[in-house]
Write a protein that binds this ligand. Structure first.
Ligand code: ADE
Ligand code: ZN
Length: 319
């Protein structure tokens, strides 16, 4: 029996497996610049975050209809449930789809179909987190929030992702304020490739409740002390860090040191179709590479529920 856990850092577009990408391409008459799934997989050799994002946004061309988004999410939830996921808080990137002419309603309603069925089909509860692309303008983020208004009952929180360096959290102050006024919760990617200062900004300027990644806080001892004191959850993604070359070897991942420093850590898969493993695989990989004890693994699983947006009674049922 896999350890019951929640997944809090998962981009639904990052669960697009090569086989599904080719099936959707055929269905939608999209030509991919790869001969077959093997050639596509061989391209998953990333230098950094940007080289991954270039391929990732390109492959999204196959996602066009509500059914496509529903199929994508159902495939993820099936795999996640098999690896012990009882609750998933799922990111999606509306701008990556609206820019291609796919309406935001198609994305949200398609995902919602799979999420609504997930409890019954897979025993998994879910939340949706709408991310703004930080390499797009602040105005584009505001327009995205506006266009999401008819669907807000489907959305729990807003997030911030895409190319981090040079796109500080403060660029999105206004849209985060507007999101909070609409009753949305707040998270943001920070300290993945960007500096520790972006983690501070995400907390102080955007008022986020969790930091996605946050790895580079380790370069700032005062920040580490604050994150530990305030029990700010960090949604770490060790296999992502390895594949995007934030670290050279999994054995060098700071997860164990971060837990020793009292940080509130969770372990997640980020973009599992691209980074070599779903969250159960990630738990397995860090246990092997870092020699984490069973107690430490149980602590990570417990943290994932505690850091989630579930209410207390829902949290007890999910564990
Ligand atoms: N979008 C999908 N995966 C991401 C990551 N690891 N960092 C920033 N944006 C992303
Ligand atoms: Zn991410």
């Amino acid at each position: 029996m896999p350890l019951p856990k929640a997944e809090l850092h998962l981009h639904i577009e990052g669960t697009l497996e090569p086989e599904l990408a080719f099936a959707l391409a055929a269905r939608n008459g999209v030509t991919l610049p790869f001969k077959d799934t093997e050639e596509l997989r061989r391209a998953y050799d990333f230098r950094d975050l940007q080289s991954f994002l270039d391929l990732y946004y390109g492959l999204m061309a196959v996602l066009r209809t509500e059914d496509d988004f529903a199929e994508l999410a159902d495939a993820y939830l099936t795999r996640a449930a098999a690896q012990g996921v009882r609750h998933a808080e799922i990111f999606f990137d509306p701008q990556a789809h609206t820019a291609r002419g796919v309406p935001i309603g198609t994305v949200i309603e398609g995902l919602a179909t799979a999420l609504d069925a997930a409890e019954r089909r897979h025993g998994v509860s879910t939340r949706l987190i709408m991310c703004f692309l930080r390499d797009q303008s602040a105005d584009s983020a505001l327009e995205t929030l506006e266009s999401a208004k008819p669907h807000l009952h489907r959305i729990t929180a807003v997030g911030l992702d895409s190319a981090e360096a040079g796109n500080p959290p403060s660029k999105f102050r206004e849209v985060y304020e507007a999101a909070a006024a609409l009753g949305l919760r707040k998270v943001a990617h920070a300290g993945e490739e960007g500096p520790a200062a972006y983690v501070r900004e995400a907390l102080d300027v955007l008022g986020v409740e969790r930091i996605d990644h946050g790895l580079r806080c380790m370069e700032d001892p005062e920040l580490v002390e604050r994150l530990a004191r305030e029990r700010v959850p960090l949604t770490l993604c060790p296999l992502s860090n390895l594949r995007l070359r934030v670290i050279d070897l999994l054995e060098e991942h700071p997860l164990a040191r971060m837990m020793d420093a009292g940080l509130f850590c969770t372990v997640n898969s980020d973009d599992p179709a691209y980074f070599g493993g779903y969250v159960g695989d990630t738990f397995h990989a860090v246990r092997e590479a870092l020699g984490l004890s069973e107690d430490r693994l149980r602590e990570l699983a417990r943290n994932s529920f505690e850091a989630s947006f579930l209410e207390d009674d829902e949290e007890r049922r999910a564990r």
